[in-house]
Design a protein around this ligand. Structure first.
Ligand SMILES: Nc1ncnc2c1ncn2[C@@H]1O[C@@H]2COP(=O)(O)O[C@H]2[C@H]1O
Length: 825
């Protein structure tokens, strides 16, 4: 139906003054009246309003469980079991003995520790009337979300099938038979916490929407499907002379007109006039009304009426003007913080410079204007978080389980992600193992390759490239050979950098010589492996289109040199031992700074190795900047920062899933990521791609076929163990105490590494360059580590034994397949 729009006189509508139709003036309304006041109605030709609570409103930050036990007997073992379960799942328990104490605790006006769960001993009615207590708790405001659990005797069930009913009717959510079982209580606590958190979020959302209605200058009423009024807002009460919180009453007592007919017709969304009776005045008023039916199922559950007051009512509003309604609704705290925010905003706006984060904070702060209190609270929290400088530092989510149950993963991830010295330094000694630039005395390499080596190098661009075979065949100098093949021949680095092949060979030899062969992991085989991964990635269409030859060259150089002179111990170790490198770099990005600086020191030290010597100043500046940036990006303390930036820029966010995306869980990997291709055209985003490329290459071992992944896992564990040995021998803080060769579970460390470091990153990168095998290998490695863990395998020797058997079983005809590559040549 077409809507007839005409000017109407609000005073006439309100019935409070005469006024001829010809004298109509006032605001526009989509409500149309004929001169005879016959309403023409605009019905439901727009999209219907939402019949759901928007998910953003249901956001509930994870909270540690708060348990309240009400047990008359202090020494109750059941109470102790429930409390122990609460702490097992990372929460806290308090115990009270009776009704009075419980109610006192719950009635405290602002108790931030309002319990999620109350467990009540219902086994001895003579000591505690559990039914009365539940009723009393449910009678207190804001306790609807609390999960009440009654503990009953087993005999209660056996005697009477319906024994639970009085408890449920009194307001309990669950009835539990008394038990001391830790598992049963833990399960109960976890379920109860999530039910309570969800319920609290729902109630908060409803309260927020009620608050929004309350602050509207429109007259708002909500009825049920029987047209009984359930909720009215302040404007409604003021104009119609109602008391706030009048109980349910028939809407027809108060309202009439076309609006009512439409509401009862089941229309989803309509506009029509409504007549409303005022208690203090004889004449009803006629107001334009917008209505909506809320239907969570097929049938309507609620109908919302929003009636526009007329200008003539402004006089009646008193403190109900828009301004005074808003101000009146704010409490002292929110006014104060609002004021403070404005002051600091004003200061920020006065500055000539504005960082993007300032713009974001300004926008968010502006969005609190007129928003309901719960939304304001959410935004304020978000702004507080944005104001910290550690935006990308990960914090364990609600995963206290990890800490308790998987100390090895906690150790590893904690050590990878934390920077600087370990907190307590029990003894400080300078390291004898100072890092010095070793001059290479092997500038001449035998560049010719044997037939077998040539054959192997021909497969250099396959994802199952036999890197350990290359290590054997080249007697520990895989980087030079692979570098000449990939950088020299495949990517024509000499053409891009305008250097001769001899210089490239010298450079590779120099870099390789400065890797330490004593390291089981951080040696030149790792450098070659990362170089190979980068070269493999560069072959992908997406990167071929995006990167210039100079950028590709920078990536290869960075990959080859990214861990040069790695001492085999972590930055934290260097800081703890006051190593000269830690002193030089002030405990900040110690190793990566050293790798980048040494790369240039070695390269520029001699024209015979200087692959950059023919570049002009600008090109040199560009490649130097790129190489440094990529090497620094391999620092694991910045892992989440780089990953989050990459994901935020290149993937469209949907429903907050990207925030969750950083939570490790290899089981939830089915959602396709949707690439935002517009971001690709912005040159400033390329740096994120390059960082991500080297980062993924650096830890790609976990995404390689199993036999390689397992060998790398063995090597890194060996290196970690040596560090732990050295820390103990030198009385230094032990950075990863769980990495003790006698006790450490290799499978568990790998499961943690894949869960928390690899999976999300590989998913994002694999989708970006279209390389699904990165994810599939990581998943199948994860699966195999789990099998080994479940089989009780822990040490390196056990892993290797199990893998040898596994290889024999899965390829019975191929008896040469082992996880340890055989030496050749
Ligand atoms: N398979 C693995 N298991 C555990 N840690 C690993 C593994 N691969 C790489 N790492 C760690 O990830 C880090 C990446 O940066 P680094 O090469 O400096 O040091 C690496 C190791 O500490």
């Amino acid at each position: 139906m077409a809507t007839v729009v005409m000017e109407i006189d609000p005073e006439e509508l309100s019935g409070s003054s005469g006024g001829s139709p010809g004298a109509r003036a006032g605001r526009r309304s989509s409500l149309a009246l004929t001169p005879e006041d016959e309403p023409l109605v605009d019905v439901a030709n727009r999209s219907p309003p939402p019949s759901y609570i928007p998910s953003a409103l249901l956001y509930a930050p994870p909270e540690p469980l708060e348990l309240l036990c009400v047990f008359p007997e202090r020494a109750s073992r059941v109470c102790a079991a429930a409390s122990a379960a609460a702490s097992r799942v990372g929460g806290e328990a308090r115990t009270v003995r009776g009704l009075r104490e419980t109610l006192e605790l719950l009635r405290r006006d602002v108790d931030p520790r309002l319990p999620h769960v109350v467990v009540i001993d219902a086994r001895q009615p003579q000591s505690l009337d559990a039914i009365a207590l539940a009723r009393a708790i449910r009678g207190i405001k804001n306790t609807q979300h609390i999960i009440l659990i009654a503990v009953v005797k087993k005999s209660a069930y056996l005697k009477d099938d319906f024994a639970v009913l009085p408890f449920l009717e009194a307001g309990y959510n669950r009835v539990m038979v008394e038990t001391l079982g830790a598992t049963a209580w833990c399960a109960e606590m976890l379920q109860a916490r999530s039910a309570a958190t969800a319920a609290r979020a729902q109630i908060g959302a409803v309260a927020a929407l009620a608050a929004a209605a309350d602050r509207s200058r429109d007259l708002v009423a909500v009825t049920d499907d029987q047209q009984r009024i359930l909720l009215t807002n302040k404007s409604w009460c003021r104009v119609l002379g109602w008391r706030v919180e009048e109980g349910p009453r028939p809407f027809t007592e108060t309202a009439g007109g076309e609006a009512l007919r439409l509401a009862s017709s089941g229309a989803r969304d309509w506009e029509a006039p409504v007549t409303l009776r005022r208690r203090a005045a004889p004449d009803p008023i006629l107001l334009p009304c917008r209505g909506a039916a809320v239907a969570l199922t097929r049938s309507t559950s609620h109908v919302v009426f929003v009636c526009e007051p007329t200008n003539a009512m402004d006089g009646e509003r008193g403190r109900g003007s828009l301004h005074s309604i808003r101000r009146g609704s704010l409490d002292v705290r929110s006014v104060a913080s609002d004021g403070l925010r404005r002051t600091s905003l004003a200061k920020l706006q006065g500055l000539p410079l504005e960082a993007p984060i300032t713009k974001v904070i300004t926008l968010l702060s502006a969005a609190t204007e007129g928003a309901p209190p719960s939304t304001v609270a959410c935004i304020e929290r978000a702004v507080d978080m944005l104001r910290t400088s550690e935006l990308y530092s990960p914090q364990m989510k609600d995963e206290p389980k990890l800490r308790v149950e998987d100390p090895i993963a906690t150790d590893l991830i904690g050590a990878l992600l934390s920077q600087g010295p370990t907190n307590i330094i029990s003894s400080r000694r300078s390291s004898n193992d100072s890092t010095v630039v070793r001059q290479t005395n092997r500038t001449n390499i035998k560049h010719k390759t044997s037939g077998q080596l040539r054959e192997l190098l021909d497969t250099a661009l396959t994802w199952d490239f036999e890197i350990f075979r290359l290590e054997d065949m080249t007697r520990g100098r895989p980087l030079t050979h692979l570098g000449l093949t990939l950088m020299g021949q495949r990517f024509d680095l000499c053409g891009t950098l305008e250097c001769d092949e001899r210089t490239l060979a010298n450079w590779l030899t120099t870099i390789e010589t400065n890797y330490r062969p004593k390291n089981s992991y951080h040696n030149s085989t790792h450098a070659a492996d990362v170089l190979q991964a980068v070269a493999f990635f560069l072959e992908k269409e997406r990167l071929k289109c995006l990167l210039e030859p100079l950028e590709a060259a920078a990536a290869l150089v960075a990959a080859a040199a990214h861990d040069v002179d790695h001492p085999g111990t972590s930055s934290a170790f260097l800081c703890n031992s006051l190593d000269p490198l830690a002193i030089l770099y002030n405990d900040v990005s110690v190793l990566e700074s050293h790798h980048a600086a040494l790369t240039f020191k070695l390269t520029l030290s001699d024209d015979r190795v200087n692959i950059f010597k023919n570049l002009d100043r600008e090109m040199f500046k560009t490649i130097r900047h790129n190489v440094i940036d990529m090497i620094l990006a391999t620092e694991m303390t910045k892992h989440y920062e780089h990953l989050a930036k990459f994901v935020n820029v290149f993937y469209a966010t949907s429903g907050g899933s990207k925030e969750d995306g950083l939570q490790a869980d290899v089981s939830k990997t089915d959602e396709p990521l949707s690439l935002d291709t517009t971001a690709l055209s912005l040159p400033e985003n390329l740096v994120l791609v390059k960082r991500m490329m080297i980062k993924c290459a650096d830890v790609s071992n976990a995404s390689r076929p199993q036999k390689f992944a397992f060998e790398w896992a063995k090597r890194i564990a060996d290196e970690y163990f040596l560090q732990t040995d050295e820390e103990k021998a030198k009385d230094l803080p032990v950075v990863m105490p769980m990495f003790d060769r006698a006790t450490c579970s290799i499978p568990r460390s790998q499961i943690g590494f894949i869960d928390y470091i690899i999976m999300d990153m590989m998913e994002a990168w694999a989708a970006f360059i279209d390389m699904p095998e990165l994810v599939s290998h990581a998943r199948s490695n994860h699966q195999r580590w789990r099998e080994l863990d479940e089989a009780g395998v822990t040490t390196i020797a056990e892993v290797m034994r199990a893998q040898r058997q596994y290889a024999l079983q899965s390829t019975p005809s191929n008896t040469t397949t082992t996880t340890q590559p055989t030496a050749e040549e």
